[in-house]
Design a protein around this ligand. Structure first.
Ligand SMILES: [Zn+2]
Length: 101
């Protein structure tokens, strides 16, 4: 094995210890009792995800955020930004195709 796994979150290189944890946990997916004993990595749908120590610390600092419904305001703002973006693209395109002279 020449290349280590990449961090699932930041795509950085995984520390060897994290890599080992990921391999061992993946290896023991069919052995839940042992897995729950050794489990150290965050998991998605029961499968361990390879993350570096920094990202794991972040994930553990903010565990299972409650799903907050978006307020109407940010949606309106993003809609406005989208409209502005479309407008600027339209201006750009019309500028490109405008007759020169
Ligand atoms: Zn990371």
């Amino acid at each position: 094995m020449t290349e280590l796994c990449r961090c699932w979150s930041c795509k950085g290189q995984l520390e060897p210890a994290q890599q080992l944890r990921f391999l061992v946990e993946t290896d023991n997916l069919d052995n839940p009792a042992y897995l729950s004993h050794i489990r150290a990595l965050p998991s998605v749908k029961g499968r361990p995800i390879p993350v570096c120590k920094a990202c794991q610390a972040q994930i553990e600092a903010a565990p299972r955020r409650p799903v907050v419904k978006l307020q109407p305001k940010p949606v309106a703002v993003s809609g406005l930004l989208g409209a502005l973006g479309a407008l600027s693209v339209g201006l750009l395109i019309s500028g490109l195709f405008a007759p020169r002279g």
